[in-house]
Design a protein around this ligand. Structure first.
Ligand code: ZN
Length: 317
């Protein structure tokens, strides 16, 4: 079964099919200058890895609520509710800058599913851009400081003899739901909360296709071979710059090499075991905002007569 990619209602968290990035204005200094002065222009404010928020929403700050020095190199994100939105970075100092004490800054992992879909996607975009700029302050070729261009979407080496340009990057990582009929193969890392298991994931290596990465990662981490690899959907994961590419695959054999021991444990779960653990804990599944959860939910709901989301709601009572 293949998902319909125009089914916007079922998009992964951090995905907004409708968002207008307005990319044609990124290199239009006059338009940007005018837009930055407009009263309805808004700013998403990032400190460390956190976004400024109000109770259930991003805090869309006005220019006059910000320190002028912080408006030096805003990143233009696009148009949201007909208004231009920029991201600004307050840096990664341990303490909130004095002028912003009293603001509420929250990490996307904790607020991702509390925000509406379009704000979650906007926050993920803002965070990914800010983290990319922070991590590329110096040219990778000659070591000279970089400067931003194209409203924050290009970094230029300031050494005129070099002139290297770099662009925002996404690091592809595969994530795969490996099944054997009505059982699913899940693993856990030692650092995760007690009892949590999730789908198999790993970065795509240079010189490797996505489907080859799926086969390699499952073999390395679980000792199983898979076939019938099928793409499902993707999710930006700005911690700091991953793009999770979700697949399903069927376990078809045993790998020849020992596992890499990246996972503390790997085991099969039946539908009934998932229901029992979901109802009686400790919580088995990854957080609902992750594509890992969505892959498990999609498979589960195709086979079981009660939707997984309903079972989780039943536990919450
Ligand atoms: Zn350079």
């Amino acid at each position: 079964m293949t998902d319909r990619f125009d089914d916007y209602s079922n998009a992964n968290v951090f995905v907004d099919y409708e968002f207008d990035r307005h990319a044609h204005q990124r290199s239009n200094p006059k338009w940007l200058e005018r837009t930055l002065k407009k009263s309805d222009t808004r700013f998403i404010v990032i400190w460390r890895h956190r976004c400024a928020v109000t109770s259930r929403s991003l805090q869309f700050a006005r220019a006059d609520e910000l320190q002028p020095a912080d408006l030096g190199s805003p990143v233009f994100l696009g148009m949201h509710n007909q208004a231009a939105v920029f991201a600004i970075d307050l840096g990664a100092a341990r303490a909130v800058p004095t002028a912003y004490q009293g603001w509420d800054f929250q990490g996307l992992r904790s607020i991702g599913t509390h925000l509406c879909a379009s704000e979650a996607a906007l926050a993920a975009f803002a965070l990914a851009m800010v983290l990319w700029i922070r991590r590329h302050r110096f040219c990778g070729l000659c070591g000279t400081a970089t400067t931003t261009a194209a409203a924050g979407h290009v970094l230029h080496c300031s050494n005129p003899e070099c002139g290297e340009r770099s662009f925002p990057r996404s690091d592809p990582a595969i994530i795969v739901l490996a099944t054997d009929n009505e059982r699913v193969l899940l693993g856990r890392q030692a650092s995760w909360p007690e009892g949590r298991y999730s789908t198999i994931a790993g970065f795509v290596e240079p010189g490797e296709s996505l489907e080859a990465a799926v086969r390699r990662e499952v073999a390395e981490e679980t000792g199983h071979l898979v076939s019938a690899v099928e793409y499902v959907s993707s999710q930006p994961w700005p911690f700091p710059s991953s793009l999770m590419l979700g697949f399903t695959a069927q376990v078809s054999g045993t790998a020849q090499h020992p596992t890499d021991e990246e996972l503390e444990d790997v085991r099969w779960f039946t539908l009934d075991q998932i229901v029992t653990r979901t109802l009686n804990g400790p919580a088995l599944l990854p957080p609902p905002m992750s594509i890992a959860y969505r892959l498990i939910e999609r498979w589960f709901d195709q086979l079981y007569d009660e939707p997984l989301a309903q079972i989780i709601a039943r536990r919450r009572g």
